[in-house]
Design a protein around this ligand. Structure first.
Ligand SMILES: *Cc1c(COP(=O)(O)O)cnc(C)c1O
Length: 434
């Protein structure tokens, strides 16, 4: 037994699981090389932006109070704008999470009487209450903003005919979710997002195209803002925070869209001029600097998991060979016990809270119980190795993250071991693959 395998064994990974993992990895070398190339490209993009914006040591310090003339905050927003190739950006700890960033982008750019269109089906669960699909206090619906949705075709392609019909005089903003979220539809590539935006703009050139970019940042060499999106929006406790940002969200886009968002976040008249950065800037900068390689680690983990679970007979989306456009891996287990065991396995492999056992709970914003495995340095951070499973059919887990590839790998092996220990997977099914 190698020293590595001994260490794994001491942490509860059986030799069957360990060897099965090695077997799977042998096939993935070439794909991992491609991921490293993308990471290199994106790393340079970030470094160049930081150099062009003249990030200095002074930028890493924060302000308090009103936060007037916050050099670090204003420079960081320039860095984001340069990386996303947008006119401006809003990157703030006052944006509390991804849902807040998206709500802010929507509420600030829509006015009563306007209509919002999602041409890619139902948006992420938490946005249902923002939009008012599920009635909720303060929703867009309460402000007289209507919503229309065109579902994807069953094969995942755009329903261009019905999108054309859905666009009308009142359509002001089109929201496009890049990642599958809690669905099993395919994630959209930047290329496909570009095609959709071009189609929409041809029908109505002045419509605002917003992309929910959560989990998509740095997965490809281009971002949706490179293919016509007026706004890209995301969370700093996902990819762009690089695991270090302790809070925050961003909106990068046209000057007009970002100004609207700033006026709503702070106040009309104050806009981007206020909003103290407190002590978070060093982590925002360093996290953004690390984000391309952290995203690469998470991507490797997702691909490893797909390749590990697919041969065992579980449906995986994306499948073991598909190209990747976000860091989420869905694995459909078909029963709640396996969802729970998987999440408990991930948790047991964490650096923090490995000794606690996650259980399903009623999480705010979701319409069923959800079990979450985290064990993260930043609470709820899903760029760190984490898994969420809504306790409802088809009993799928959505797994993502891993700040480093070795942690992603070991956590995934733990998940498989947990299924094996609970007899939800048989040892024989692994051995036949060796
Ligand atoms: C995570 C996520 C959100 C919401 O972000 P939170 O930080 O959890 O509020 C929205 N859309 C997508 C696609 C996401 O993955």
């Amino acid at each position: 037994m190698s020293k590595l395998q001994e260490l794994y064994a001491s942490m509860g990974i059986s030799s069957t699981v360990y060897e099965y993992g090695i077997k799977i990895l042998e096939k993935l070398e070439e794909r991992f090389q491609k991921i490293d190339q993308t990471a290199e490209y994106n790393q340079l993009k970030v470094i160049r932006a930081m150099q062009e914006a003249k990030v200095s040591e002074a930028c890493l310090l924060g302000t308090t109070g009103y936060g007037y003339n916050d050099l670090g905050r204003d420079t960081l927003e320039q860095v984001y704008a340069k990386v996303f190739h947008t006119e401006d950006a809003l990157v703030r700890p006052q944006i509390t999470c991804g849902t807040h960033a998206l709500a802010l982008a929507l509420m600030s750019n829509l006015r009563p009487g306007d209509e919002l269109l999602s041409p890619v089906g139902k948006p992420y669960d938490t946005l249902e209450e923002v939009i008012g699909i599920r009635p909720s206090r303060g929703s867009l619906a309460e402000y007289g903003i209507t919503y229309r949705q065109v579902d994807l075709h069953p094969d995942g392609s755009f329903d261009f005919e019905n999108i054309r019909k859905a666009i009308n005089d009142r359509t002001r903003l089109v929201t496009i979710q890049r990642s599958k979220g809690y669905q099993t539809r395919p994630t959209l590539s930047v290329e496909r997002i570009g095609e959709l935006i071009a189609f929409v703009k041809e029908i109505k050139p002045d419509v605002i195209c917003m992309v929910d970019n959560c989990y998509g940042e740095f997965v490809e060499e281009r971002e949706p803002s490179d293919v016509g999106a007026d706004m890209v929006v995301g969370s700093l406790i996902k990819n762009p925070g690089g695991g270090l940002a302790p809070i925050g969200g961003y909106i990068a886009g046209t000057r007009e869209c970002v100004e609207n968002a700033a006026c709503r976040l702070t106040s009309p008249g104050l806009a981007k001029e206020v909003g103290a950065s407190l002590g978070v800037l060093k982590d925002f900068y360093q996290g953004f600097f690390l984000a391309p390689t952290v995203t690469a680690a998470a991507l490797k983990g997702a691909i490893f998991a797909a390749n590990l679970y697919q041969p065992l007979g579980f449906a995986v989306v994306p499948d073991s060979t598909e190209t990747r456009h976000d860091i989420i891996q869905a694995i459909t287990f078909g029963n709640p016990e396996a969802v729970i065991a998987f999440c408990q396995g991930i948790q047991s492999g964490a650096p923090v809270d490995s000794h606690v056992t996650p259980e399903p709970w009623d999480m705010p914003g979701y319409d069923s119980q959800v079990i979450m495995a985290a064990g993260a340095f930043v609470s709820g951070s899903s760029i760190e190795l984490s898994a969420d499973g809504p306790i409802k059919p088809p009993y799928a887990v959505y797994f993502q993250g891993g700040l480093t590839w070795p942690h992603a790998k070991s956590g995934i092996l733990r998940s498989l071991q947990a299924l094996l220990d609970k007899s939800l997977v048989t040892e024989q099914s692994l051995i036949t693959q060796l």
